[in-house]
Design a protein around this ligand. Structure first.
Ligand SMILES: [Zn+2]
Length: 436
């Protein structure tokens, strides 16, 4: 009797698992069926359909293979890299990436309907926010990305320089160095500079138990063999908390020298910063971290985001999103999420422990936020030296914890000046527009 009961119970458990599994796959099928059944190489996919922003503003349409764009010229210029251009020179635009979805996949039949005008694909982008970000960049080269760190939806993604897709630049007049067809958010990688101090801090917190009790002495320089690593200020006796706040190079160079290249490289890889990630299924540009020799200036510089370090802006966005989201990184999305099934489509992975995320969040909390009125902001500046007589890249990366606005952001302005003077005001302007 006992044995039969036990068997009956195990059969019931198996049946329950099977039913749950089926329900899970049906849910996934309803959401991802179109992606599963379509291939961008499928010749039967006809180009048609429409792309809107998250509020229904029409960004582009395709009829019989002909592409049309938004009515407002500012919207066209600000959403160009997210949407794509008329000639298809922007490979990562929604017009190309979501062509199968626009063409009209039907989840009941798994087929495309031959009649009709195709589907509307709603992007997660808010076109007003894009316009605001493009105005804030004011013609300078760079990128601004803002995402919801709980759902992964990208709300703002601009790349500058841009152009009006209905008046595209003539190919002969293009300067190769401008990279006007590049979506810098996805397809570029930059020297990170001091924003990388967050990674060095993460490695130090988990490696050295006494890290918050250590004190360093910043005399404005450390000499390593023939080389000298400098700090812009003489900070005197200083700990990691104040070191992050004032962005002291000496604190993080000393930590990098103690950690060594293997641990730093491991942490960079663990957060995918030396690898790549995906934005709406599109692969980002790969980052880089080279291991320098022990106790060298190269190793010290690599701990403060110089040397050969490179990071992609969207991958950096995912990293700061994870700090904001208790250590969980939600995959970045370019399509608006349906609220009904969003829990099924949140593809997240744990990048770090909740405890480490809290420590890092505390380290980069902006205490005196007069420059960010009304924002509860956690962020880090970066002023990445790029050599020669060119101005540094200005970075500002972080997140806000305002109720109802779980937003993470990355701003980079190429060859423009310091992170605090150039990139931070742009972040403030776009975030103010986002919480309005
Ligand atoms: Zn210093």
């Amino acid at each position: 009797m006992y044995r039969i009961n036990k068997r009956a119970l195990s059969v019931l458990v198996l049946v329950a698992i099977a039913i749950l599994g089926m329900l899970f796959y049906i849910g996934r099928f309803l959401i991802f069926g179109g992606e599963w059944a379509t291939s961008r190489l499928n010749p039967t996919v006809q180009s048609r359909g429409m792309i809107t922003d998250r509020n229904g503003v029409v960004l582009a349409g395709v009829t019989d293979g002909r592409r049309t764009f938004a009515e407002d010229a500012n919207v066209r210029r600000a959403t160009l890299h997210a949407v794509g251009d008329r000639e298809g020179n922007i490979g990562t635009g929604a017009l190309r990436v979501y062509a199968p979805n626009m063409a009209g996949y039907n989840f009941l039949t798994g087929l495309y309907s031959r009649a009709g005008t195709g589907n509307t694909v709603a992007l997660s982008i808010d076109s007003n926010l894009n316009v605001e970000a493009m105005r804030a960049l004011d013609g300078r080269k760079g990128t601004v990305i803002v995402s919801n760190y709980q759902t992964g939806e990208v709300l703002c993604m601009v790349s500058s320089p841009t152009f009006d897709p209905i008046h595209p630049p003539h190919i002969d007049t293009l300067d190769d160095e401008e990279g006007v067809f590049l979506n810098r958010a996805i397809q570029a990688a930059y020297t990170p500079g001091s924003i990388f101090k967050i990674v060095t801090a993460a490695a130090a917190i988990e490696t050295f138990e006494d890290v918050f009790w250590r004190t360093f002495v910043c005399t404005g320089a450390i000499h390593l063999g023939e080389d000298t690593v400098t700090c812009p200020s003489v900070h005197g006796e200083i700990d990691i908390v104040r070191g992050m706040r004032v962005s002291c190079n000496i604190v993080f160079c000393e930590l990098a020298l103690d950690l060594g290249a293997d641990i730093l490289s491991d942490y960079t890889a663990r957060y995918d910063l030396s690898g790549r990630t995906r934005v709406g299924g599109i692969q980002t540009m790969i980052g880089n971290f080279d291991k320098a020799e022990p106790y060298t200036a190269d190793l010290a510089w690599s701990g403060i985001g110089q040397y050969d370090n490179l990071v992609n802006p969207a991958t950096m966005l995912r990293f700061v999103s994870a700090i904001a989201n208790d250590g969980n990184a939600v995959e970045l999305q370019l399509r608006k999420k349906s609220t009904l099934f969003s829990f099924l489509s949140n593809r997240s992975s744990r990048l770090m422990s909740a405890e480490l995320a809290r420590d890092l969040g505390d380290l980069i909390e902006i205490q005196n936020s007069d420059n960010f009125p009304g924002l509860q902001i956690h962020a880090k500046t970066g002023t990445a030296q790029v050599g020669g007589d060119r101005l540094p890249h200005a970075w500002y990366v972080g997140y806000i914890t305002n109720p109802g606005h779980p937003l993470a952001f990355v701003v980079i302005v190429e060859n423009s000046g310091t992170g605090s003077s150039i990139a931070a005001p742009i972040a403030n302007r776009v975030l103010q527009a986002a919480i309005r």
